[in-house]
Design a protein around this ligand. Structure first.
Ligand code: NAG
Ligand code: NAG
Ligand code: NAG
Ligand code: NAG
Ligand code: NAG
Ligand code: NAG
Ligand code: NAG
Ligand code: NAG
Length: 903
């Protein structure tokens, strides 16, 4: 700013006054709520504030101050209104500006409730106005702008009324002013506490005496004694040495103590803070007074001398005080001071980085909304959707708006710890988040995301990941397991399938996974549908005191074994229990049970040695069953066998295992794979089954050496009939009734003649923990085959087997797997996809390798029974016996069709 000043010297009562009439370059004087321009008695031009703020209501108050005679305007801000900020322009960015504001209530609203609120300048909350204490209330700040504008905001305080303001003045200050002595306090602003024109009592002095329009208050509180000594000549003072450029009129008076040698100023302070003190001295006396200066009792300057016709300034800072006194203790002549300024030192919070600010601007644009994001995101108060630590944006919450995709700009917010974008219509892949390595909570739930993408693996600090109610497909990526801090993973209500990565299976991590196509906490994978694949579903806790139901397979089995056997079981159970309590090895009880089994004349008991020999030391894996690997074996008598070795985790208690094996070994049916025997040694539970050379139905439908061609419709129907017979026997031909619980193509095996046999039944899809009070069972099933009712009832029934078998029938008809990764989402699930076609008799979805060599009536029968079997409501499904009857009919229709066509 260039100050064009015209210095005029004149004598006023006892002294010489030099007055500068300056232009008001850089002055901004706003009448808040005003409507007209006017010039006051000091020749200062006032304009309405409406160009600098867009909100707030205006009114006038009956308040008469020095300048306006009546009806002074005010602007007030009903609390519901948003950001109450003025944008104040600054003409010279390289220096301080003085910002002065006056707040007047004077009961303008006739409510008699003076409000209290805080005000901020730039990023700093600078004061709290309390109009109950003073009305009007004036605040003055010295602000190091560094920018061409500064925002000045009013912040309502809850239940403390409506913020109101009457004037704002902005005045440039001389460059370099008020920085001396502030080296320990960089980047601060100053709030005026006192500015005293010492020795002067006839009113405040300001513009034009002070070209910077500082208001120098009277020294009246510090009466009784003052001297205003005339000075020699104005020009002999070397003002240029004083950066603050105090007006000559101020320096022309001084407080001088002629009769005592200790002069003290006591300044009450309203806050505990750091303070900045500027003392002005001018040699207006013909003597050279010398004195010590003490602040709060400490000597801060000793033997300071004021020389005639010279001016000087002293600067002091004071840390953490709530009271201030300044004492001048004379060493020669009289203590003397010409002016005093006291400022509270205010922190200016650092602004958020420009990268952050521009990223947030882009994000705001991408929402298509005006979120009111202006100025700094963190200070003075963080934006509604933003959370900060210092000037660092650490959280962003933009739920329930229409975003569609994650803006790339979010990836620039590198310090984010929390990101909440739930219900924002995000679609497609999770993206643009890979750089957020500090992210701890990520909420992308209730969107339409379909794919995990690869970004998540970089989020190494992630603790909570909420992806519920999206449409995520496919498997859960292995890389999620590498997020070591993850303790809550919510995948509910997606379309996920396959085994969860083993690395996620840890105690510190809670996984919510219901409402997906396939869930697994096991080491077994269920994404590989052509292989035997099993899953474990949420645990069911069954209390042993509970009445046995037909769904409790253990109860069924136990009940069926008969009194003597039951007694034995209980005996061994107790034995096992006692052994465990005594911490003896399980082998002891097992061996005992096994040796007893030898006498039961049931299934054959193999030694581990025999098994090793038969399998050539477990050499050839021929499959992976629901509870472990299956090996090819040849017994010493030449018989071929399939040897299943159960995983540790799926092992039953020794007694349960042996009892169940005993039960199963008695089940003999041409369509059920025969259990030859078992081995329970060396902590291993091994089952020996007859070997079926034809492989599984899944192998034939989907295997690498697909023999699809050989599976004609009639052959498929024959297989279906065989399998249904086997299931019918389990459900109805046998006591106890047995629920298979894992019917699927890979559990239907074929012999040389292509007769089908169901395998893997019975051996509990339950894992029991030998706990004194309850049995926890983990039911196994396979994704794509699992009864949808299981999710609500947590129970598997015979109708669950029917559902699974219905899926098998659909596979036979359509020649595709129950779940597929390819194709459109609505073809993803075989049941959902095939049902409408088959219901409509639209057989174009029938496996094309059948080449339409099927009788439509036969196909219709099979299709209808398949559809009925996969009804969502279990009670609408047929029994397996009904299914069998229908399939037999379909089979015979096709046979006669073939006969007629061969003729
Ligand atoms: C800003 O102030 C400095 C010192 O007071 C002065 O040298 C400079 O010319 C001013 N700039 C403007 C644009 O007024
Ligand atoms: C008031 O003053 C401003 C700035 O000096 C000017 O732009 C505006 O036109 C004036 N308004 C009236 C009504 O004179
Ligand atoms: C403030 O102004 C708005 C419209 O400008 C009006 O609806 C509202 O009632 C006013 N509030 C008060 C307290 O006067
Ligand atoms: C003071 O602010 C300037 C610019 O605003 C910045 O470069 C500097 O680092 C800050 N100094 C301190 C000590 O914060
Ligand atoms: C106080 O100042 C006013 C002008 O501001 C003047 O008229 C008056 O005479 C002065 N009073 C004394 C005692 O100097
Ligand atoms: C000045 O302050 C000091 C320290 O706070 C105190 O001990 C002393 O009594 C004060 N003097 C007066 C005159 O208030
Ligand atoms: C104080 O300073 C003056 C001038 O510098 C000197 O004459 C005087 O001896 C000093 N007094 C003391 C006590 O140091
Ligand atoms: C979440 O998904 C479940 C299952 O698809 C659905 O029942 C529920 O309504 C969904 N919730 C919301 C809020 O969309």
């Amino acid at each position: 700013m260039d100050l064009h000043c015209f210095w005029v010297g004149f004598f006023l009562f006892s002294g010489f006054w030099a007055v500068a009439f300056c232009d008001q370059d850089g002055f901004l004087s706003l009448t808040c709520g005003g409507t007209t321009n006017y010039t006051d008695s000091l020749s200062i031009s006032w304009i309405p504030d409406s160009a600098y703020i867009s909100i707030g209501n205006t009114t006038t108050v009956d308040y008469i101050d020095g300048t306006s005679s009546s009806g002074a305007p005010v602007r007030f801000f009903p609390v519901s209104q948003g950001r109450k900020c003025y944008g104040l322009p600054v003409t010279n960015v390289s220096s301080l500006v003085l910002v002065r504001a006056q707040f007047v209530y004077k009961n303008y609203d006739s409510l008699g409730k003076p409000p209290s609120f805080s005000v901020s300048l730039g990023t700093a909350i600078v004061s709290t106005i309390d109009l109950r204490k003073n009305d009007p209330w004036t605040e003055e700040f010295l602000w190091p702008t560094g920018k061409d504008a500064v925002s000045f905001c009013l912040h309502a305080i809850a239940d403390r009324g409506t913020p109101v303001i009457s004037t704002i003045e902005v005045r440039p200050l001389p460059q370099g002013a008020y920085t001396s002595g502030m080296e320990d306090f960089p980047n601060k602003s100053l709030r005026k506490s006192y500015r005293i024109n010492c020795g002067y009592t006839n009113g405040s002095l300001r513009y034009p005496l002070d070209p910077y329009d500082r208001i120098w208050d009277v020294d009246q509180s510090f009466a009784p004694f003052h001297v205003s000594a005339g000075f020699k000549t104005q020009l002999s003072f070397n003002f240029s040495a004083l950066k603050e450029a105090p007006p000559a009129a101020i320096l022309q008076t001084a407080r001088v103590l002629a009769r005592r040698d200790v002069l003290t100023y006591n300044f009450p302070l309203d806050t505990l803070a750091d303070y900045y003190i500027v003392l002005y001295f001018a040699g207006i006396l013909p003597v050279f007074p010398s004195f010590d200066i003490l602040i709060n009792g400490d000597v801060v300057q000793s033997n300071y001398t004021v020389r005639s016709s010279q001016v000087g300034t002293l600067y002091f800072t004071l840390r953490g005080t709530k009271s201030l006194n300044i004492t001048l203790k004379s060493t020669s002549f009289y203590p003397q001071v010409n002016a005093i300024e006291v400022y509270e030192i205010l922190d200016i919070p650092e602004e958020a980085s420009s990268t952050t600010v521009s990223a947030l601007q882009v994000i705001q644009q991408s929402t298509g909304l005006d979120l009111g994001w202006q100025d700094d995101p963190c200070s003075p108060v963080s934006w509604d959707q933003i959370g900060c630590e210092g000037n660092i944006v650490t959280s962003l919450e933009l739920p329930d708006i229409y975003l569609r995709s994650v803006s790339a700009a979010i990836g620039d917010l590198l310090d984010l710890k929390t990101l909440d974008l739930h219900n924002t219509s995000l679609a497609g892949e999770i993206q643009n988040l890979g750089s957020l390595t500090r992210l701890e909570k990520l909420n992308l739930s209730f969107n339409r995301l379909t794919s995990f993408g690869t970004d998540l693996e970089n989020l190494v600090s992630l603790q909570i990941l909420d992806l519920q109610n999206n449409t995520l497909q496919g498997i859960v990526p292995e890389s999620l397991g590498e997020l070591e801090d993850l303790h809550l993973l919510n995948l509910e209500n997606n379309k996920l399938q396959g085994a969860l990565p083993l690395s996620l299976n840890r105690e510190s991590l809670e996984i919510r996974a219901s409402g997906n196509l396939c869930l697994s906490f096991s080491t077994l994978r269920c994404n590989d549908f052509s292989a035997n694949s099993s899953i474990e579903i949420p645990q069911v806790t069954i209390f042993t005191g509970k009445k046995h139901t037909e769904h409790n397979q253990l109860a069924i089995i136990l009940g069926a074994i008969g009194g003597a056997l039951l007694a034995l079981v209980i005996f061994f159970s107790i034995l096992a229990f006692l052994y465990m309590r005594k911490k003896r090895t399980e082998i002891t009880s097992t061996e005992r049970a096994v040796s007893d089994m030898r006498n039961w004349n049931a299934a054959r008991v193999f030694t581990h040695k025999e098994i090793k020999a038969a399998t050539n030391n477990f050499k050839e894996v021929i499959g992976r069953g629901s509870f472990g690997s299956v090996y090819f074996g040849r017994l010493s008598d030449g018989k071929l066998v399939a040897v299943k070795v159960r995983f540790d985790r799926s092992q039953l208690g020794a007694d349960s295992f042996i009892n169940e094996v005993n039960l199963l070994s008695r089940i003999r049916h041409q369509n059920l794979v025969c259990l030859e025997g078992f081995c329970h040694e060396a902590k291993q539970q091994i089952l020996v089954y007859e070997y079926l050379p034809g492989g599984s139905l899944a192998d034939h439908l989907y295997g690498p050496n697909s023999k699809k061609v050989s599976l004609s419709w009639v052959r498929r129907l024959k297989i279906a009939v065989d399998a249904a017979k086997g299931l019918d026997y389990l459900h109805n031909g046998n006591e106890p009734r047995i629920i298979h619980r894992d019917v699927k193509c890979s559990n239907i095996l074929l012999d040389k003649e292509m007769n089908a046999k169901v395998c893997d039944f019975g051996l509990s899809k339950q894992v029991m923990q030998a706990d004194a009070t309850h049995v926890t069972t983990v039911v196994k099933g396979t994704a794509g085959y699992l009864d949808p009712e299981y999710y609500s009832t947590q129970q598997l029934t015979e109708k669950s087997d029917v559902y699974s078998f219905g899926v098998v029938l659909l596979e036979l008809i359509c020649g595709r797997e129950p779940l597929s990764h390819s194709g459109t989402p609505d073809s993803f699930n075989l049941v959902l996809w095939a049902k409408p076609y088959l219901q409509a008799g639209a057989y174009e979805i029938v496996d094309e390798s059948l080449e339409e060599r099927f009788d439509v009536q036969s196909m219709k029968k099979a299709a209808l029974v398949a559809i009925r079997s996969v009804e969502r409501d279990a009670s609408q499904r047929p029994t397996i016996a009904e299914v069998l009857a229908e399939l037999k009919e379909a089979y015979s229709i096709q046979l006669s069709y073939l006969a007629s066509h061969e003729m």
